[in-house]
Ligand binder design. Structure first.
Ligand code: ZN
Length: 88
């Protein structure tokens, strides 16, 4: 099975990392939503817990590849399936 993984730089620490494009936690620093790496999410969440706040949810599979079939199904659901012959 083919998998899809997105690569980008963490919005907090700028480290490059791979992630599931639909599940990764992200934050908008004013330039659109950008992904946040797992170590930074753990730092943020431990600070939140110390402050008595609930931790941000980290979805299962957020830092793992997406199955191509699941990913294309989700894209088609969101944006509509391509018309016949559109890819030609
Ligand atoms: Zn980071």
């Amino acid at each position: 099975m083919t998998s899809i993984i997105a690569f980008g730089h963490c919005a907090c620490c700028n480290a490059p990392f791979g992630f599931h494009p639909d599940l990764v936690p992200s934050y908008d620093f004013g330039h659109g939503r950008e992904p946040v790496c797992e170590p930074c999410m753990h730092v943020v969440n431990s600070r939140r817990v110390t402050q008595g706040l609930p931790p941000h949810l980290i979805l299962s599979g957020a830092y793992e590849p997406a199955s191509e079939v699941d990913y294309m199904h989700e894209m088609n659901r969101r944006y509509g399936a391509p018309e016949e012959g559109e890819a030609d």
